[in-house]
Design a protein around this ligand. Structure first.
Ligand code: NAP
Ligand code: ZN
Ligand code: ZN
Length: 346
């Protein structure tokens, strides 16, 4: 067993505390990763607060994990000690259902095993990246390319893949007009990735406060959604809209911005249902879709794409003592654009 230092929370809206957790002995296919950085995703906050249903406490969140391989099991072929590696939102899946076989492990028909707040194949609760070490089967560990610093690479493991996957699937590229709703952790990555794919990108943020950043990330236009005129000006303009907002919004206003056959993909995951009027969809044969992270192969593709295009998240590295403050700030949309915990401070 490896003892890891961690930060855990014991219930909804409680403060983080120091914790020691055990990581399992290495199985033949396991990799022991020394975690250097862990991003703070809004999903960590939804889970810790019980927004999506009661979590299992004590809970160690964190699924944007980057570090260095320390040890590998006897049959591991993809990694060796010293490798730069990452772990994202899932650590196992059945491996044999049709979705796993298609490389879509996130949609495993038996349910993927989330990196935290799940139960692994040994029946043990999974605990995430706000910790110094993690043991994961090699098939769910990613290679982090050399030119991506580990601190900035961490958020790619969730924010990066969650936006890359729908942009890839719905073919954001030259000639496509893409809108990104919400310029937070996911949103700013969506802007950078869609721009690198060659699409024309517009940001729809609550205000114009972050306009300079949005344009710097590669958007060609930036609108405030608090300004009602925005919805008249942009009616029927977009091929694809990626909604990253963590709260309930009037989704019909945004559907009205799609052109014929356009699709709005919701990756934001508020607990409350969104009220979709069918008459927001019918007139222009529009689609309303959802998307969950991405498969392991696609996650590696995303990391390699970001390395090639030199795309990196904008991060603020924090100490473990600042997790509670960071949670407050994320909930106020006061983050530019991802908090990343330096795990040496655990
Ligand atoms: P985040 O950094 O907090 O960004 C969310 C952004 O939404 C904010 O920066 C803000 O952008 C906007 N926003 C927040 N509250 C709003 C409100 N009441 N009305 C309108 N806009 C609002 O969060 P994140 O880490 O990017 O995650 C976003 C959501 O995606 C969360 O719900 C998370 O759980 C979910 N998620 C889903 C997946 C998936 O696989 N589908 C994966 C990861 C995360 P502006 O300031 O620009 O308005
Ligand atoms: Zn996440
Ligand atoms: Zn499966």
């Amino acid at each position: 067993m490896v003892m890891a230092k961690a930060r855990a929370v014991d219930g909804p809206h409680q403060s983080f505390r120091k914790a020691d957790i055990q990581r399992r002995e290495l199985d033949k296919h396991d990799v022991l990763l020394e975690i250097h950085y862990a991003g703070i995703c809004h999903s960590d906050i939804h889970t810790a607060h019980g927004d999506w249903g009661e979590a299992h406490y004590p809970l160690v969140p964190g699924h944007e994990i980057a570090g260095i391989v320390k040890e590998v099991g006897s049959d591991v072929t993809k990694f060796q000690p010293g490798d730069r590696a990452g772990v994202g939102c899932m650590v196992e899946s059945c491996g044999s259902c049709e979705n796993c076989e298609a490389g879509e492990e996130q949609y495993c028909l038996k349910g993927n095993t989330p990196t935290y707040d799940g139960v692994d194949k040994y029946g043990e609760p999974t605990q995430g990246g706000y910790s110094t070490h993690i043991v994961v089967t090699e098939d769910f560990v990613l290679h982090i390319p050399e030119n991506l610093p580990l601190d900035a690479a961490a958020p790619l493991l969730c924010a990066g893949i969650t936006t890359f996957s729908p942009l890839n699937r719905w073919q954001a590229g030259p000639g496509k007009k893409v809108a990104v709703v919400g310029l937070g952790g996911l949103g700013h990555m969506a802007v950078k990735i869609a721009n690198a794919m060659g699409a024309d990108v517009t940001v729809l943020s609550q205000t114009l406060n972050k306009q300079d950043d949005g344009l710097r990330f590669g958007a060609s236009a930036y609108y405030a959604t608090k300004d009602e005129e925005t919805f008249d000006t942009l009616a029927g303009q977009f091929d694809l809209i990626i909604n990253t907002v963590s709260a309930k919004i009037n989704i019909n206003d945004y559907l009205s911005l799609l052109r014929l056959d356009g699709t709005l993909v919701n990756v934001g995951a508020p607990a409350e249902p969104l009220d979709v009027h069918v008459f927001s969809l019918i007139p222009q044969r529009r689609s309303f879709a959802g998307s969950l992270i991405g498969g392991i192969h696609e996650t590696q593709e995303m990391l390699d794409f970001c390395a090639k295009h030199e795309i990196m998240p904008e991060i603020e590295v924090i100490s473990a003592d600042d997790i509670d403050d960071a949670y407050e700030r994320v909930q106020k949309s006061d983050v530019k654009y991802r908090f990343v915990i330096d795990t040496s401070t655990l």
